[in-house]
Ligand binder design. Structure first.
Ligand SMILES: [Fe+2]
Ligand SMILES: [Fe+2]
Length: 121
């Protein structure tokens, strides 16, 4: 099942997002940015969702719907933008910074605590 070393995955994967945000802020947005962001989010979300399911996480539904909201919003931005101008960069970096604050430093931390506590049982 779950062991402590596996817990590092969550922080390591969030680090990938920090790097993407830095890149976007530094004006390096091109056609690969959305694709990488999308791949990253999908891979990471599926992993968190699998952990929540396996452990019977009580806040699974609300956490899943937060992930789904991110998925929908990202897809909307991809559909609506075919050029990579300053406006898009600002919107994307505001969106991701908000996500960091509210999700990664909020509900993801809660999930991490839950995982740590359940492995002590
Ligand atoms: Fe999450
Ligand atoms: Fe996460």
């Amino acid at each position: 099942m779950i062991n402590t070393s596996e817990l590092i995955w969550q922080d390591q994967q969030h680090q990938v997002l920090f790097e993407l945000i830095d890149e976007i802020k530094a004006a390096h947005v091109d056609s690969t940015t959305f694709a990488r962001l999308n791949d990253y989010a999908e891979h990471h979300f599926l992993m968190e969702e699998a952990y929540m399911k396996e452990l019977g996480y009580p806040e699974y539904d609300s956490h899943l719907s937060a992930h789904n909201k991110f998925r929908t919003e990202l897809q909307r931005m991809i559909d609506e933008h075919d050029c990579y101008d300053a406006g898009l960069r600002e919107m994307l970096s505001a969106f991701l910074s908000e996500w960091l604050k509210r999700h990664i430093f909020g509900v993801d931390k809660k999930l991490e605590e839950y995982i740590l506590n359940s492995e002590r049982k």
